[in-house]
Design a protein around this ligand. Structure first.
Ligand code: C2O
Ligand code: CU
Length: 481
């Protein structure tokens, strides 16, 4: 049996093996988080089309779909132990465009998970739905719609959920960096088509307009020479980014919201749906540093940082770890193994039906038009009506499972599991310490193993977070009973 203590030690050890040794020594995680409050955070969301001039749009007010007036992205911030109480209203003036909210990475009761038909009724235009749950983990999370997501997320239906309570030693700043692209040209007044069969069957349809917090390459002030927490979120529907900080030391302290013993950030593949909390040593007064995406040539600058104010006096960079999460350690000695292979459909039997996925073609299961992608040779069935396929696996509550995930295709797939937090044990292509995650990035040909205790009963989605892959077949669900 592998205990958290072993995992943490392994994490610190592997971190040092990963790259040239950093100039600092990893400290172990702090004491487990404990709930610090019992209040309720009330939120009202009204999904509507709102013409919004995000700074990155370059002056154009674009017909976004948003949860609220004003600030984008919306940020819910709460203490661990508090309950979240959200009334979601659908005021979209679009026939049949139902919606719901999935709380990505949160280990919540199944009926709060936000997947229409599988766990809740769809919220049709004019209707409302209330979510109430207390997140069990501190960290950086996000939420988004879970139907017609290429369009709904593409137009902006997403937000950030921060649960406080994981800090061992105050940082000098706490900064959100939400990176994503938009499907339009700068200055254009409307979005381009969100998907096309040609790209849905490949890497996905990229948005040409990059953004960080809705801005283009913002200049962010950090307290000079301070140790600052940057919460990186990739909420794009398509793009796997290869992030790097230039001229700034950076240590990973959490992956998908889950604390990990600090290790060097280096170059980091941040896939859609994934988060990474980083501690950086801010530049000295007046000096600059940069965040770039090196997945493209030449690399794209996503944010600039400048050291502001008198230097925060500190010795050498010594990133403070977060407090450990309370995630059940998998019992690997008694684990059962589940194999999932991710692939494209055999082109000779591809069943794409072409474009025209308007509301009428949306179907009750939120699929678009083609089945290009499979899990264990099966695409999510293109069935109209509220008939669900059988679960891809039935799991026994309380047992440990090892997911053997294999990417047999030529494209990358960030594989996301709802309702549970995985312990990623091993991969054939990425040299990462064992860590907790809710989304596992699989490179072409990569195999990875991730374990978890099936301790949350219900039906839980397992899908690719490249949304066009998800909506074109690469989706299934696990049943924990
Ligand atoms: Cu963030 Cu099922 O997704
Ligand atoms: Cu995929």
């Amino acid at each position: 049996m592998i205990t958290r203590r072993v995992l943490v030690a392994a994490a610190a050890g592997a971190a040092i093996a990963r790259a040239a040794p950093p100039s600092w020594e990893a400290r172990p995680l702090g004491a487990e988080v404990t709930p610090s409050s019992e209040d309720t955070v009330f939120v009202q969301f009204d999904v509507a089309q709102r013409r919004t001039p995000l700074p990155c749009f370059g002056g154009a007010a674009v017909p976004m779909w948003t949860y609220t007036e004003g600030r984008w992205p919306p940020v819910i911030r709460m203490n661990l132990g508090s309950e979240l109480d959200v009334v979601l209203r659908n005021s979209l003036d679009v026939p049949n465009e139902h919606t719901s909210i999935h709380w990505h990475g949160i280990r919540l009761p199944n009926d709060q998970d936000g997947v229409p038909y599988l766990v809740q009724r769809p919220v049709w235009p004019g209707e409302s739905f209330r979510y109430r749950f207390a997140p069990p983990d501190a960290g950086t999370f996000f939420f988004h719609s879970h139907c017609d997501s290429v369009q709904q997320m593409g137009r902006g239906l997403q937000g950030v959920l921060i649960v406080d309570g994981d800090v061992t030693q105050p940082y000098d700043a706490d900064v959100l960096l939400l990176v994503r692209d938009w499907r339009l040209a700068r200055g254009a007044g409307d979005f381009d088509a969100f998907t096309s069969p040609r790209y849905a069957a490949r890497a996905g349809t990229y948005g040409p307009l990059r953004s960080t917090n809705g801005q283009s390459d913002p200049l962010i002030e950090l307290p000079a020479a301070g140790d600052c927490r940057l919460r990186l979120l990739n909420t794009d529907v398509t793009r796997v980014m290869r992030l790097r900080f230039d001229r700034m030391d950076a240590a990973v302290v959490a992956i998908d919201g889950n604390p990990v013993a600090p290790f060097e950030f280096g170059e980091w593949l941040l896939a859609p749906g994934k988060r990474c909390d980083v501690i950086v040593r801010a530049p000295s007064t007046g000096r600059r540093a940069h965040l770039v995406d090196a997945s493209v040539e030449p690399p794209v600058e996503l944010a600039r940082f400048v050291g502001a104010g008198p230097p925060v006096r500190r010795p050498e960079f010594d990133p403070a770890p977060l407090r450990a999460a309370r995630i059940a350690p998998p019992d690997l000695a008694h684990a059962r193994r589940l194999e999932f292979r991710f692939d494209s459909t055999n082109p000779s039997k591809a069943v794409g039906t072409g474009g025209g996925a308007g509301p009428a073609a949306l179907g009750d299961l939120c699929l678009s038009s083609g089945n290009f992608w499979t899990i264990n040779e099966q695409p999510w069935p293109q069935r109209r009506g509220s008939v669900l396929p059988a679960p891809i696996a039935v799991l026994q509550r309380g047992a440990t499972y090892v997911l053997a995930l294999r990417n047999e295709s030529d494209f990358t797939h960030p594989i996301h599991v709802h309702g549970h937090t995985l312990t990623v044990l091993h991969s054939t292509k990425q040299d990462l310490p064992p860590h907790h995650a809710d989304t596992v990035l699989l490179l072409p040909g990569e195999e990875a193993e991730a374990a978890f205790v099936a301790d949350n009963p219900g039906d839980w989605m397992l899908h690719c977070h490249v949304i066009e892959h998800q909506e074109n077949g690469m989706m299934a669900y696990l049943r924990v009973e």
